[in-house]
Design a protein around this ligand. Sequence first.
Ligand SMILES: *Cc1c(COP(=O)(O)O)cnc(C)c1O
Length: 224
Amino acid sequence: MLSDRLQQVSAHLPKGVHLLAVSKGHPITSIKSFLDLGQCDFGESRLQEALPKLIALQEFEQLRWHFIGKLQKNKIRRVVRSFAFIHSVDSFDLAQRVSRIAGEENKSPKVMIQVKFREDPTKGGFDPENLCKEWPNLAVLPHMRIVGLMTMSPISVESEERRTLFRECRQLANQLQLPECSMGMSSDWKEALQAGATWLRLGSSLFGQRPNHFNLNTDITKSS
Ligand SMILES: *Cc1c(COP(=O)(O)O)cnc(C)c1O
C-alpha cells in the first residue's frame, strides 16, 4: 500500500527534512493517491514525460514540481515555467541560462547545484573545487535562488563510503552557507539522512518498481 510506504519513510524524518516523491515512470493516478495522503513535492527527470502530468494535475495548487534530471538547453524555458525547484544545475553555463530565462519568464526557481564527489562518467555535476572557484559568479545570478547542493553516489560505491561522500556534500553546503542538501535515493536514503540530507529523493521505495526502461543512468547521462 502506498500509504504504508509513505508512513515508513515519514516516520524517520526529523524536522527540516523533506521528502521528494520521484514520480517518473509512474502514472497520474499514483501521484493523486500521494496527494490525498498529504505529499506535495514530486520529482520528474524528463520534461516530455512530465508535461502531461503537469497539465492533468494543474488544479492541485499545493503540488510543487521538482526537476531532477539532466536539463537540456532547449527545455529550460518550459521547466522554469512549471517547476518550483531544479535540483540538477550542473554547470555555470546552465546556471546562467536558467537565470536569464527565469528573468524573461518572471520566475524565480529554487535551485540546487549538482556536485560530483566521485568520478562517475554517467553523471554530470560540478567538481567541488571548481564550484568553489565559480561560486562568487554563481551566487550573484539573479532570478533564481540557490538553496542547496544535490549529489548522487556512483552505483559501485559501498554504503560506508556513501556516508562519507554525503558528509562531504553537507560540509561543502555549510561552507557555502546553503541550507539544503538533496541527496539519498531508495537505496541509500538512510546514509544520506545521517549525513545531513534535507531532501530525500525517493522513487521505488514509495511508488514501487518502475518499468525497466526508466533506467536511472539514462536520465542522468551527460548530453552534449
Ligand atoms: C530516479 C531518480 C531518483 C529516485 O530513484 P529511486 O532509486 O527509485 O528512489 C532520485 N534521484 C534522481 C536524480 C533520479 O533520477
